[in-house]
Design a protein around this ligand. Sequence first.
Ligand code: EPU
Length: 287
Amino acid sequence: MVAVHAFDTFLAERRISVRLDEPLGPYTTMKVGGPADYFVEPHSAEELAAAIEAARDCNLPVRLLGSGANLLIRDEGVRGVVVRLTHLNRRDGLHVEAGYNFAKLVKETAAEGLGGLECLAGIPAQVGGAVRMNAGGRHGETADAVKYVDVLSPDGALRRLKKNQVGFRYRGTNLGDAVVLAVGFDLRPAEGIRERYEEVLGQKKSTQPLGTHNAGCMFKNPPGGHAGRIIDECGLKGLRVGSAHVSEKHANFIENDGGATAADILGLVERIQARVPQPLELEVLVW
Ligand code: EPU
């Protein structure tokens, strides 16, 4: 407890505001889960670095929360520190800070006639989260449009990584404990970008349960297959545990009807995994 007290004191001394026992459900699209012991929204890279250093000195784990669109928080919540880059949200041309709304960026750049991100229309994320997990879909992935990534390294140094130093792969990177601060995008003026954006967004709206409480696709697509199709072919649409059910619109989505707990959702995940003929790995992060 001494160490925990020191974390509070350290942040207070630097006038970095911290909230205690902050419920995290409202910060996620699934809308479930318990509180974080400490919730910090730094106003600068320096404040972020100071908070991370203080947490390390106090032996508190640190987690970065983005838009919470690919995340399930357990009912007991998370111990240690949760950081959200809400205030690092500026866009200067194609240099965009990590807390910037990714769907907004995709929409804006398409409206500007810049090609490269239009195939990612409608992905709910912050820029930092989209890059860290290399968000994408059948038309492309975030990595395709990245030029460089500015990070706060675990040793406290600020570094600019070229695209080939980020280690992009299917729904992942090699960024480890480095925190994405900003991203430089490589976008070029091109014809038909707005139209393509509208087309991709329309497809997404017609095949996915947008507007309900869900965390996007629950499972990664296995090599050569589609988790949604596999779950659907097992007849599992509508399968329910408590207030969570497999979406009728897209079987790789689990929807929270309103009162679902994380235990409901994880229980449903287990039931799906037990019924499909091949292993399905979670795409959604569980904290
Ligand atoms: N399908 C079914 N039943 C279903 C759902 C899908 O038979 O209930 C079939 C479709 O008819 C289609 C195939 O499965 O033939 C693939 O479906 P879809 O086009 O929806 O693509 P997906 O592989 O299921 C991927 C991404 C999505 C992304 C879409 C569109 C993954 C795990 N999923 O879905 O990403 O939006 O492509 O680009 O990579 C996410 O990552 O959270 C996510 C939603």
